[in-house]
Design a protein around this ligand. Structure first.
Ligand SMILES: Nc1ncnc2c1ncn2[C@@H]1O[C@H](COP(=O)(O)OP(=O)(O)OP(=O)(O)O)[C@@H](O)[C@H]1O
Ligand SMILES: [Mg+2]
Length: 352
């Protein structure tokens, strides 16, 4: 049963419609990421869940109770923001204790709970420090402990890692996920970093201009994107032009290869062009029996450590693919003529 339900949420600021009919059901204990470009409405939806903004239309229900007209302090929701939002004049202990003090909890209970939270984020030894005496990663862990201390029913994280450097981002996102699992707390995490969303989420909502383009598991979003926007936004995408032969039975051709797509091609007739997309891992320079072979010229080859990424121009289609770095095999050279083999199972028909 759904724990957090957003139904037909709309939000306008003056004449500008920022969120259009947003719908989503989140299960108890689920970790859901909102992924989308800047300005698509991620923070606005989070702020509506928290009660800092009121939807122009629609409802927000948590655990069977309508929250839409409740004030933020009546919702029992924890929130961590992108910028370090700790109280600068309070030490770590007092920051984490803040929500519990406001709720009027007894002193002994507050102390025990704060100690438990500091243990959870492995900062028991820094209880007396002030925010200016800590690294960004430590401050965000304290912000997380502060949000979790009152045992909120939902945790909202708005790009909590974006101000941190790459290594800390990765370790802290894993720590957040591990704590979230341990507590079983229903969590909405906002990011515009696709790798972050793919690596830690149960489900991802890919947002585009105020609406959810696709909601699915990381693997569904990556491997079965349902719109061109999602396909382009998540992961590297190659596109080749194909010619429709028999639209009703999904038959198309790429160069001289005829293949049957799993679905009929709606709205097209024989001779029309369609775009087929595929991920880098569906292409390689190694022959496979079922593969579609395209001839091309190497445009560039970049050494990325464990893999080499090569870009090839195959009759006007630019194809990027990766090969594991083999020190005994020199990387392809620009201008070299090569054959690229595509795995037909990796081809996706792109809609509009
Ligand atoms: N209080 C406000 N008044 C007017 N417009 C607003 C307000 N808050 C947000 N907006 C507008 O709503 C749109 C969505 O903003 P929002 O902050 O939700 O985007 P976002 O997806 O979180 O982007 P980012 O990734 O940059 O944080 C933007 O065009 C923004 O300018
Ligand atoms: Mg935002």
């Amino acid at each position: 049963m759904s724990f957090l339900t957003l139904s037909h949420i709309k939000k306008a600021f003056g004449p500008v419609q920022v969120v259009h009919d947003f719908n989503m059901s989140i299960e108890k204990g689920e970790f859901v990421s909102f992924l989308g470009p800047s300005g698509c409405g991620k923070t606005t939806i989070l702020r509506m869940i928290a009660g800092f903004e009121t939807p122009s239309d629609g409802s927000i229900v948590i655990n069977g109770k309508d929250q839409t007209s409740l004030k933020p302090n009546q919702r029992n929701i924890g929130m961590v923001f992108q910028a370090y939002a700790l109280f600068p004049n309070m030490n770590v202990f007092d920051n984490v204790a803040f929500g519990l003090k406001v709720a009027g909890k007894p002193k002994a209970e507050i102390k025990a709970r704060v100690e438990e939270m500091l243990k959870l984020i492995h900062l028991e030894h820094l209880a007396d420090r002030y925010p200016y005496q800590m690294s960004g990663g430590q401050q965000q862990r304290v912000a997380l402990a502060r949000a979790l201390a009152p045992a909120p029913q939902v945790l909202l994280l708005d790009e909590p890692l974006s101000a941190l450097d790459a290594k800390i981002r990765v370790s802290l996102r894993e720590e957040i996920r591990q704590i979230q699992r341990q507590l079983g707390i229903t969590t909405v995490f906002v990011t515009h970093d696709q790798e972050e969303a793919l690596s830690i989420s149960d489900r991802i909502v890919v947002m585009n201009a105020g609406k959810a383009d696709q909601i699915g598991t990381p693997s569904e979003i990556y491997s079965k994107p349902t719109t061109r926007f999602v396909a382009n936004f998540v992961g590297t995408l190659n596109v080749v032009e194909a010619q429709v032969r028999e639209p009703a039975s999904g038959v198309v051709s790429i160069a001289d290869h005829v293949l049957v797509l799993p679905k009929p091609i709606d709205g097209k007739k024989a001779g029309d062009k369609v775009s087929l997309a595929f991920r880098p891992e569906a292409a390689s320079m190694v022959t496979a029996s079922s593969a579609i072979t395209l001839k091309g010229t190497v445009l560039s080859s970049h050494f990325l450590g464990s893999v080499v990424r090569t870009k090839v121009n195959a009759q006007g289609n630019i194809i990027a693919f990766d090969a594991f770095n083999d020190p005994n095999v020199p990387p392809p050279i620009s201008g070299q003529s090569v054959a690229i083999h595509l795995n037909p199972e990796g081809l996706m028909l792109l809609g509009e």
